[in-house]
Unconditional design. Sequence first.
Length: 584
Amino acid sequence: MKKTIKKLSTVLLALAMIANLSLSTGMKLYAEETEADQPAATESEETSAPKATKKPAEETSKPTEQKPEKTEESETESPKSSEKTEAETSKETEAAKETEEPAAKTPDETDKPAAETPDETDKPSADTPDETEIPDEPDESDADIPDETEESADKAPVESDKPEANEPETDKDSKKVPDESDSKESKNDFTYAEFSNIKIENGILSWDAMPGTEGYYLWIYSGENGCYWWDCEDPSVTSINLKKLIDIGIKSNNLSKQKNNTYTFELYAFGVSAHHEGSITYKSSAKPYKIGKISGVKYSGGKLSWKKYSGASKYTIAIEDFKGELRFSSNSYNFNNLIDKLIKDRTIYKRNSYRVYIYAYDKDDVYMAYWNGTIKYQSKATPCELPAINASINGDILSWDAYTGGGTVNYYNLRVVCPDQSWAYAGWGDGFNSSQRTCDLKEVIASLIDYGYIKEYSTYTLELTAINYDLDLPLAEWAGTYKYKEPNTLKASSKKASVKYNKKKNKTIKRTSVIKITDAGQGAITYKKVSGNSKITINANSGNITVKKKLKKKTYTIKVKVIAAGDDTTARLEKILTIKIKLK
């Protein structure tokens, strides 16, 4: 039994020594091949393989010399077992040979003629895993990358010159390609033309005229947020007062005063893409304006006037529908004459009232103050006559013939005018294109009502005009009326009411005491307070009025809107009633 145990231990020791020798030999081969690859990191496998075959035959056969070395090692162990008989020793040697037979194939193959050795080197055996753990994929992947990626790899910072063997190629590319595109973008940025003889003297920026330009524009900056814009479409203008622009920018709240008094600017030229950057140091005494309110506005005898605003040297008036502003230096203007003229010229449409805006400016044209309000004026002026468009309404469809009387028609406008003179354009954008010849009025008006552009009425006035882009004026027109729905028959009137004062609780006034409905019309009736004391309210459904407690004794006036909703065939109708309530 002891002999059997000794025999097994000898065999196991021999196997362990064989495995240890195989590992050390493989590691040595790995180091040799790695050193051979280091001088040429981008060298392909086909280039490195022949180098390995040029080694001396004894080096190439190193992995195959495992058996003799192992045999020697096993022989060195034999003295330790000197007590064994010669027969036992021969049996142990045979057992060791049987165990080593799989590894014995390798030396047999390496004993083949030298002509066959390269083939075996090109095709590593499955029995030599150490060789497959040193693939040349990193070199091959580097060789397969396009030239532009190799350039970007040289330019972009990388953590290692050689990626790890297990790093996917897609990851490597994703690291390089964005850097390469970024560097290209930074290098291929648009190149501007240069201004010549550009200089600043006494705050005046000047330059030589840029050939082919259509004008110039300039940005002035104060810090990261503030900026002010100047432009000029006259190419002959080749200078600008930077100090004045800074003052204007500060007064208009576009620039902020800089502690170091330094402002940067950029000058551009239209059409030729010229560009210049610079800076100027200037201590401005300008102060930012706080936009004020124009006061004392009066409309009397057709004349509109107001109090002069301190520091203002000019004023402008803007009117609803009018595309532009009227500029003048005085603080009054004949409003009626202005409206009449604009109506005659077809610059604005006739209304019962007009939204008006007044603006005040200083000598540098910096906006200082404003006023806006509504002025009622029913002009008797008649718009100038225009050639007629041949149009007609058949049911709900409006149709018209193309206008060919002169000038280019770019589009047709259909204006829908309500009984209260409010209006809206039908169609979207610029109305109907020049080739369109019909319009569904029912559909168009319903859409304008849904979007809140107009209110629902029974009948509308229609104005169809042919428009030219360049003139921005009508070339021809047609006018007519269209019944959208049947009129609502709602009839309501108001009555006076008296309420006893009560400081402890609210008082309720029934609807029938203040509003008389003689015809309920069509659709549900609702009520809405339009104006009056905030402590007097009305119920939207019942119409009952509530007077809150502690209201002072006196007569109050409120306005209430009575609304009949209408239906599919009858229009909605609103009536505004004035109700007086006496609190006694």
